[in-house]
Design a protein around this ligand. Structure first.
Ligand code: C2E
Ligand code: MG
Ligand code: MG
Ligand code: MG
Length: 274
C-alpha cells in the first residue's frame, strides 16, 4: 500500500518537478545572457522625509525585461543569480547604474541600493562599491546600501569588517526588512547602522493591529535613542502615513507615495508601474 502510494506520488510530482527544473534552467541560461543583452533595468521608488514630505531619494529596484517571459520581478531571479554567482556581476552593474542615475538628481537626494548577502562572500565588495562611486563621480554620502540581517548571520566577523570598510568610504548602511529575523535587536548592537527599514509586514497592519503598532512604536523610540533613522516601507494608505509620521518614523516609502518606476534623466518618475 505504502509502495503504491509512493509510486502514485512519484507519478503525480514528477512531471511538475521536471517542469520546475526546466523553468529554472531556462532562467539560469537566459540570465547569463541578460546582462550582455541589456535586459536588466532599474526601477526607482521614492522615499520621503516624514517631517517635511520632501523627497529624500529613491530605492533602486532591479527588474529583468525578459525577451519572451516579459517583466520578471527580482524575487524570481535573484535567488538563481545568488546560487550561480551571477549576483556579483549583476550587483556591480546595479551599483554603477544607480550611482550614475543619482548623479542626474538634485544634490540632496540619495540612492539606496540593495546588496545580497552573497556579495559579501567576495573580498572585493568594497572595491566594487568605491569603483562605482568613482566611475560616476557620486559623493559617497549620496549612496545608501541596504543589507538584511542574514549578512550578520554567517561569517559575522568578516562581514562586519566589510561593513566597517564600507562605512569608512562614507556610504550609509541601512538594515532592511527590520523585525523579520529572529534576533533583530541583537544586530543593532553589533553594527552602528545609519537607518533601519521597518518591514512592510508591520506597516501593513499598523492601523488595525495593536501588536503591530506596539512593535512599530518600540522600534521608532529605540531608534531615536540610538540616533538611527527609520524608514517605514510598504506605506499604502494615507492613514498609515499619518500614523507613522505621528509615531516619529523619519522616512516613508510605499505605493501611497509612488510605485517603483522608470525615471527620466532629471530624476522624475514618469512611468508608474508595479
Ligand atoms: P526590498 O528591498 O525590501 O524592497 C521592497 C519591496 O517592496 C520591493 O519589491 C517594492 O516594490 C515593494 N514595495 C514597495 N512599496 C510597497 C507597498 O506599498 N506595498 C507592497 N506590497 N510592496 C511594496 P520588489 O521590487 O519586487 O523587490 C523585492 C526584493 O528583491 C527587495 O526587497 C530586495 O530584497 C530584492 N531586490 C530588489 N532589487 C535588488 C537588487 O538590485 N539587488 C539585490 N541583491 N536585491 C534586490
Ligand atoms: Mg530594500
Ligand atoms: Mg525592505
Ligand atoms: Mg522586503
Amino acid at each position: 500500500e505504502a509502495k503504491r502510494n509512493g509510486r502514485n506520488q512519484y507519478e503525480f510530482f514528477s512531471p511538475r518537478m521536471e517542469e520546475m527544473a526546466r523553468h529554472r534552467l531556462d532562467i539560469e541560461t537566459d540570465l547569463r545572457q541578460a546582462m550582455s543583452n541589456n535586459e536588466l533595468l532599474l526601477y526607482y521608488q521614492p522615499i520621503r522625509r516624514s517631517a517635511s514630505m520632501d523627497l529624500s531619494g529613491y530605492e533602486a529596484l532591479l527588474r529583468w525585461h525578459h525577451p519572451t517571459k516579459g517583466l520578471i520581478p527580482p524575487l524570481q531571479f535573484i535567488p538563481i543569480a545568488e546560487e550561480t554567482g551571477l549576483i556579483h556581476e549583476i550587483g556591480t552593474w546595479v551599483l554603477t547604474e544607480a550611482c550614475r542615475a543619482a548623479m542626474q538628481w538634485p544634490v540632496e537626494q540619495v540612492v539606496s541600493v540593495n546588496l545580497s548577502p552573497i556579495q559579501f562572500a567576495r573580498r572585493n565588495l568594497v572595491e566594487r562599491v568605491s569603483g562605482a562611486l568613482e566611475a560616476s563621480g557620486l559623493p559617497s554620502a549620496r549612496l545608501e546600501l541596504e543589507i538584511t540581517e542574514s549578512v550578520l548571520l554567517d561569517e559575522t566577523q568578516r562581514n562586519l569588517e566589510t561593513l566597517r570598510q564600507l562605512k569608512q568610504l562614507g556610504v550609509r548602511i541601512v538594515l532592511d526588512d527590520f523585525g523579520t529575523g529572529y534576533s533583530s535587536l541583537r544586530y543593532l548592537r553589533t553594527f552602528p547602522f545609519d537607518k533601519i527599514k521597518i518591514d512592510k509586514s508591520f506597516i501593513n497592519e499598523v492601523c488595525e493591529s495593536r501588536e503591530a503598532l506596539a512593535i512599530v512604536r518600540a522600534i521608532t523610540s529605540m531608534s531615536r535613542s540610538l540616533d538611527i533613522e527609520t524608514t517605514a516601507e510598504g506605506v499604502e494608505r494615507v492613514e498609515q502615513a499619518t500614523l507613522l509620521q505621528r509615531e516619529g518614523c523619519s522616512h516613508l516609502q510605499g505605493y501611497f507615495f509612488g510605485r517603483p518606476g522608470l525615471l527620466d534623466p532629471q530624476g522624475r518618475c514618469h512611468v508608474k508601474l508595479a
